[in-house]
Design a protein around this ligand. Structure first.
Ligand SMILES: Nc1ncnc2c1ncn2[C@@H]1O[C@H](COP(=O)(O)OP(=O)(O)O)[C@@H](O)[C@H]1O
Ligand SMILES: [Mg+2]
Length: 312
């Protein structure tokens, strides 16, 4: 294996069809070693399908894919030995305890039992589940089960950790605990590859993202750069209904360097400097406008006309 050379994952024009469904419709991306790389998009965008191809669980219809410098069609076993996978759905063994789940998985990877025990202890400490080591899976909360899945994915000391929606459905406290653990893993040099439909997750965790919509990449870069490039750093959000309000907002920013958009019953005025927008707060006070930093949700809305929370 070419350690340290090239990219962790490289895809060129990757396509996956399920009959007439174009789940992945020509995706290219380049994931350098050691970064935290995110695929952000709504349900149905094709994120899981991309992850499954990278994890050698699904065969591309077309295109080029290299994982750790290898071709999944030829080197699936070697790739699988060097990646850890946290699937979107819980795939733990319900009849086993926390510790037994990890030991079982270490056998799949042919890790000698003394070493497996040592790693299990370490990982349970790392993921803060040591005191639940003898609990069975159904006794664990959703957040604990997700943490156990992460520990399990780390048992083979992978170079790439793939996480499909790592915090979907979890409460904010658990979400932050998982984010902290993932940041710690990144500091250890592991490449993180994750999917999410939470813009806050992408903004908090990812050095680089691709924004996906309906099987295609519609934007790529560092979260902050994407926001700056497409939107500007600040957004004045104005609830409106009816044409008079819309005309008033547009007139208020006539001739300034703002970008103005309307989606549904809201208007968005974007600018790179907050001072450009502050005048509008008073002028439009009757509509209760809010001035805030722009987000990836704004970028997605601008590029697709839809919200991230809507299905693709
Ligand atoms: N095994 C499959 N058979 C048929 N259609 C599939 C299959 N897997 C995914 N799809 C379809 O491909 C599209 C993308 O799905 P998916 O990759 O799961 O999106 P995401 O993970 O972004 O929500 C969806 O329309 C989904 O219904
Ligand atoms: Mg998915």
């Amino acid at each position: 294996m070419m350690v340290g050379a090239g990219s962790a994952v490289e895809a060129v024009d990757l396509v996956k069809h399920f009959g007439p469904i174009r789940a992945v419709d020509g995706i290219s991306c380049d994931v350098p070693y050691g970064v935290s790389f995110g695929f952000l998009g709504p349900n149905g965008a094709g994120k899981t399908t991309v992850m499954r191809m990278i994890c050698c669980l699904s065969v591309p219809t077309r295109g080029t894919l290299r994982v750790l410098g290898m071709d999944p069609a030829e080197d699936a076993r070697k790739i699988k030995a060097n990646i850890g996978v946290v699937p979107q759905c819980n795939s733990l063994d319900e009849d086993l305890t926390v510790q037994e789940n990890l030991i079982l998985f270490s056998r799949y990877h042919s890790i000698p039992s003394a070493e497996a025990k040592r790693r299990t202890g370490e990982l349970l400490d790392f993921i803060e589940l040591a005191d639940r080591r003898h609990a069975r899976v159904p006794e664990l909360s959703g957040g604990m089960q997700r943490r156990l899945l992460i520990a399990r994915a780390l048992i083979n000391k992978p170079r790439i950790l793939v996480l499909d929606e790592p915090t979907t459905g979890l409460d904010p406290q658990v979400r932050h605990l998982i984010w902290r653990r993932l940041r710690a893993l990144k500091r250890q040099g592991i490449t993180l590859l994750l999917t999410t439909h939470y813009m806050a997750e992408a903004e908090n965790l990812c050095d680089e993202i691709v924004i996906m919509n309906r099987g295609k990449v519609i934007g790529t870069g560092a979260p902050r750069d994407l926001v700056r490039r497409h939107i500007g750093r600040f957004t004045l959000e104005v609830p409106v209904n009816g044409g008079t309000a819309e005309r008033e907002v547009r007139a208020g920013f006539d001739g300034s360097s703002c970008r103005i958009e309307r989606f549904g019953d809201r208007m968005y005025v974007h600018a790179d400097r907050s001072e450009t927008l502050t005048g509008g707060i008073e002028a439009l006070a009757g509509y209760e406008p809010v001035l805030r930093p722009s987000t990836l949700e704004d970028v997605f809305l601008k590029l697709t006309g839809r919200e991230l929370s809507q299905d693709a």
